[in-house]
Design a protein around this ligand. Structure first.
Ligand SMILES: Nc1ncnc2c1ncn2[C@@H]1O[C@H](COP(=O)(O)OP(=O)(O)OP(=O)(O)O)[C@@H](O)[C@H]1O
Ligand SMILES: [Mg+2]
Length: 490
C-alpha cells in the first residue's frame, strides 16, 4: 500500500510540476508580448495625437485664430491628463502658448527654454525638473508654401505610461493566475486518477500475483489487456509464471525420478545381498541358478546406478564445457548394428521389433563413436520404453533430407509408440523434463537422456529435433555434418 501511495503521489507531483513550468512559461511570454504590444500601441497613439493637434493648430494659425490654438492646447491637457504633462505652441515671432498639469514656475521656464529649440521635428526623453520621466515630441509647421509658422510640442509622461502598462499586465497576470489555479487543480485530480488506473492498479495486480507465487501458488494469471509497456510487462510476467511452474514441476519430477532411480537398484542390491548372506549361512543350500540370478540382478542394479550417476556427471561436464571427446573417422553403420544387436533380445522379449535401414551413400564421419553410440542408445532406449507390446522401432540413416542442405547426414529413430503432446515436444530436451500425460502410464526415468543427447549433438556441431503424433508415434531426427569436425572447428 505504501508503494501505491508514494507512486501515485510521485506521478501527481511530477505532472503538477511539469504543468506549473508550462503555465509559468506561457504566462511569462504572454505578459512580455502584451507589454510590448501596449507600449507600441501607446507610442502610435502619441504619434497620432501630435499629428492631429499640430494640424489643428496649423489651421488655426493659417486663419490667424490663435485663441483656437490656446483652447486646443488646454483641451489636450484636460483630456489626456495624466498621460500628457504639457503641450504648447511657439509662433514664428517667439510668442508662446502653453498648458501644463504642473503649476510651477521652474517648469514654466524649463518648458519655454525647451520649446525655443524646436525648430525641426524631433523627439527626446528626459527627466523633468519635477523628477518625472518625460517623452517629448515636437513638430514645426509651415504656411504659404514653406514659411515657418511655429512649433507644436507635447510632453508625454513615461512614468504614467509605465504605471498604466504595469496595471494592465498585473491585471492580466492575476487573471492567468486564477485560470492556472483552476487548470492545475483539475489536472492534479486527473493525474491522481490517471496515475491510479494507468500504473497503480496494474502494479497492484502484479504485487498480488507475486505474493501468491511466493506462497507457492503458480496458478495465477494477470489480465491486463493493454498493448503498452504495462501490457507487455504483464504478458512477460505471465510467461515467467508459466516457466516457473514448468521448472517447479520439473523439480518435482526430478526429485521423484532421482529417488526412484537411486532407491530401486539399491533395494534390489540390498534384497539380493540378504539372499546371498542367507545362502552362505545355510552352507550353499540354495541352487546354483538362484545364486547366479541374484548376482546378475545385483550387477544390473549396479549398472543402472552407475549409468544414472554417469549421466548426471556427464551433464555437469557438458554444461561446464569440460566433457572430453575423441574425434576420429568412423562409419555409422557398425555403431547402429551394435545397438540393434544389444537391444534385440529385450525387444523380442517384449514382443516388439527393431531394425535399421541405410539409404544412399553415407560417407565416413568425423565423430566420437562412443558418444554417438550413447546418443543413439538413449533414443532407442526411449523408443523401446515408450512403445507398447507389438510396436516397432526403426533406425534410418539418410544422406540428407531435401531442402536441408547436403553437408549433413541424418539419423532417424522412429517408433509407433505413445507419442508426445504437440505443446510438449519442444520441452522434452530440457533437463529432468518428463511428459505429463495421464492418458498413458509412462515408465519412469530421470529425464536426463534427451538433455545429454542434445548436448552431445551440439558438441558435434549437429542438430536434433523431434516429430510426434500423440498416440501414433515419435521420430527423433538428428543431423551430423559430413565434413570433418576439425575443419568446422577452424
Ligand atoms: N520415443 C518417445 N516416445 C514418447 N515419449 C518420449 C520418447 N522419447 C522421450 N519421450 C518423453 O520425453 C521425456 C524425456 O526423455 P528422456 O530420455 O530425457 O528422459 P527419460 O527417458 O524419462 O529418463 P532417462 O532417459 O534419463 O532414463 C520422457 O520422459 C518421455 O516423456
Ligand atoms: Mg530416456
Amino acid at each position: 500500500m505504501n508503494l501505491s501511495l508514494s507512486l501515485r503521489f510521485k506521478v501527481t507531483l511530477a505532472v503538477s510540476l511539469l504543468l506549473a513550468i508550462v503555465i509559468f512559461t506561457i504566462a511569462y511570454s504572454v505578459a512580455v508580448t502584451q507589454k510590448n504590444f501596449l507600449i507600441r500601441q501607446i507610442s502610435d497613439t502619441r504619434e497620432r495625437t501630435l499629428r492631429s493637434f499640430s494640424s489643428m493648430c496649423n489651421e488655426a494659425v493659417k486663419y490667424g485664430k490663435e485663441e483656437q490654438v490656446e483652447s486646443a492646447v488646454n483641451l489636450l491637457i484636460s483630456t489626456y491628463k495624466p498621460s500628457v504633462v504639457y503641450s504648447g505652441y511657439i509662433n514664428a515671432d517667439g510668442g508662446i502658448i502653453y498648458s501644463s498639469r504642473y503649476n510651477d514656475v521652474n517648469i514654466d521656464s524649463e518648458f519655454k527654454r525647451r520649446i525655443k529649440n524646436f525648430s525641426k521635428e524631433r523627439s527626446e526623453s528626459y527627466v523633468s525638473y519635477g523628477g518625472e520621466q518625460i517623452y517629448e515630441m515636437g513638430t514645426p509647421f509651415f504656411i504659404n508654401g514653406g514659411q515657418y509658422a511655429g512649433t507644436f510640442i507635447i510632453g508625454f509622461s513615461q512614468t504614467a505610461m509605465n504605471k498604466h502598462v504595469a496595471t494592465i499586465v498585473e491585471d492580466m497576470i492575476m487573471e492567468i493566475r486564477k485560470v492556472s489555479l483552476i487548470v492545475m487543480t483539475s489536472f492534479i485530480v486527473l493525474a491522481f486518477f490517471l496515475g491510479y488506473f494507468m500504473f497503480v492498479k496494474p502494479l497492484n495486480l502484479l504485487i498480488k500475483a507475486s505474493e501468491q507465487i511466493t506462497e507457492g501458488n503458480f496458478n495465477v494469471e494477470i489480465s491486463v489487456k493493454r498493448h503498452d509497456e504495462i501490457g507487455k510487462l504483464a504478458q512477460t510476467f505471465n510467461n515467467m509464471v508459466k516457466r516457473i511452474e514448468n521448472l517447479d514441476s520439473m523439480k518435482d519430477s526430478f526429485v521423484s525420478s532421482v529417488s526412484h532411480e537411486l532407491r530401486s537398484p539399491l533395494s534390489a542390491i540390498d534384497g539380493y545381498c540378504d539372499l546371498l548372506i542367507g545362502c552362505v549361512e545355510s552352507n550353499y543350500e540354495n541352487s546354483k541358478e538362484q545364486l547366479e540370478k541374484g548376482l546378475q540382478i545385483m550387477k544390473q542394479a549396479t549398472v543402472r546406478l552407475t549409468n544414472f550417476i554417469n549421466n548426471i556427471l556427464d551433464l555437469a561436464k557438458m554444461k561446464a564445457n569440460k566433457l572430453e571427446i575423441k574425434i576420429a573417422p568412423a562409419e555409422i553403420e557398425p555403431i547402429i548394428q551394435e545397438i540393434v544387436a544389444l537391444y534385440q533380445p529385450m525387444v523380442l522379449q517384449q514382443e516388439k521389433t527393431i531394425g535399421y535401414e541405410i539409404s544412399g551413400e553415407i560417407p565416413e564421419l568425423e565423430i566420437d563413436s562412443e558418444r554417438i553410440k550413447q546418443v543413439i542408445t538413449n533414443l532407442v532406449s526411449n523408443a523401446v520404453k515408450f512403445t507398447k507390446k507389438g510396436g516397432s522401432i526403426k533406425i534410418k540413416v539418410l544422406p540428407s533430407s531435401p531442402g536441408y542442405g547436403t553437408d549433413y547426414i541424418e539419423v532417424w529413430v522412429q517408433d509407433d509408440g505413445t507419442g508426445i503432446p504437440k505443446q510438449q515436444v519442444d520441452l522434452i530436451f530440457e533437463k529432468f523434463y518428463q511428459v505429463q500425460e495421464s492418458e498413458f502410464k509412462r515408465p519412469k526415468g530421470t529425464g536426463l537422456g534427451l538433455t545429454i543427447v542434445f548436448e552431445m549433438i551440439k558438441i558435434h556441431k549437429g542438430y536434433i529435433w523431434a516429430e510426434s503424433d500423440l498416440g501414433k508415434g515419435t521420430t527423433f531426427k538428428f543431423a551430423l555434418p559430413k565434413k570433418s569436425y576439425n575443419d568446422s572447428e577452424k
